[in-house]
Design a protein around this ligand. Structure first.
Ligand code: FMN
Length: 269
């Protein structure tokens, strides 16, 4: 019996398993408008078998985009472009989610593969950034690993829960680029588990949970309710099928849609 492939229900919404595709910017939108790239990308991921597919950071205003290629939802035309994406994700048996975002001081940047830095002043593709803090992106505020910071975060999570939050995704913000992040497989899982236990909230988390065994372990051990599998999904959009086979679940091919599953099951190696 696999914990990773147990359904998860929250307020009447049931995910078919604990695997989530986290938001991943594609930098392929034009003036905020998503297009064929996003439709194919997200439908493919949903067909791959994840329970939840969350669309990339989607800006609430043009200035809230990270780059000129970021998705937006600041008018009806932009919002309507998500309708076929939502339909495809649902048709594939997954639940669609969206990350509503404002990039604040991270905004007006190049696409990562074109420089991964701010657009130069005077670049016609750039724009003046606005943020809740006057401190420029790149200045250290605090390290983030110490007990005091975590205790504050847990207290904040309790407050959000009291205001009606249902599930929290525990992640790292990269707002302090020089922070010493203790990279390791599933390194955030114990931190997320503390939030889960001490704030009494279901949690999701990501970062380096890229093998079926690790994903199974963090759910089985009560560290996470949902496992966000990001880059492993870019490498293999059918990652849940790989996980199902590795974990030995019954008839693993049926994690995928019938036009794939039937043949994979019939002509198994
Ligand atoms: C190409 C790419 C784009 C990403 N874009 C976003 C984003 O839009 N919003 C966000 O919160 N995180 C974003 N992330 C972070 C992922 O959601 C995820 O937390 C991270 O990749 C760690 O999970 P992984 O180790 O399974 O890849 C992005 C990651 C990648 C690789």
């Amino acid at each position: 019996m696999s914990a990773l492939f147990e359904p998860f229900t929250l307020k009447g919404v049931t995910l078919r398993n604990r695997i989530a595709v986290p938001p991943m910017c594609q930098y392929m939108a034009v003036d905020g408008l998503i297009n064929e790239w996003h439709r194919v990308h997200l439908a493919g991921l949903a067909r791959g078998g994840a329970g939840l597919v969350i669309t990339e950071a989607t800006a609430v205003s043009p200035k809230g985009r990270i780059t000129p290629g970021c998705a937006g939802i600041w008018n009806d035309t932009l919002a309507q472009a998500f309708a076929p994406v939502v339909a495809s994700i649902k048709a594939a048996g997954a639940v669609p989610g969206i990350q509503i975002a404002h990039a604040g001081r991270k905004a007006s940047a190049n696409r990562p593969w074109e420089g991964d830095d701010h657009l130069a002043a005077g670049d016609p593709r750039g724009w003046p950034t606005i943020a809740p803090s006057a401190i420029a992106f790149g200045v250290i505020e605090y390290d983030g690993r110490d007990e005091e910071t975590l205790a504050e975060a847990i207290e904040l999570a309790r407050g959000f829960k009291a205001e009606g939050l249902d599930l929290l995704s525990v992640s790292v913000g990269f707002s302090t680029p020089t922070a010493n992040i203790p990279w390791a497989p599933a390194f955030l899982a114990p931190i997320a588990q503390r939030v889960r236990r001490e704030a009494g909230l279901p949690v999701a988390s990501a970062w380096g949970i890229d093998t079926p065994e690790l994903a199974e372990g963090v759910v089985r051990d009560g560290q996470l309710d949902l496992v966000m599998v990001g880059r492993a999904h870019l490498a293999d959009p059918h990652w849940p099928y790989y996980a199902a086979r590795t974990l030995g679940i019954d008839r693993p091919a049926w994690v995928l849609p019938a036009p794939y599953a039937h043949w994979l099951e019939r002509y198994r190696d």
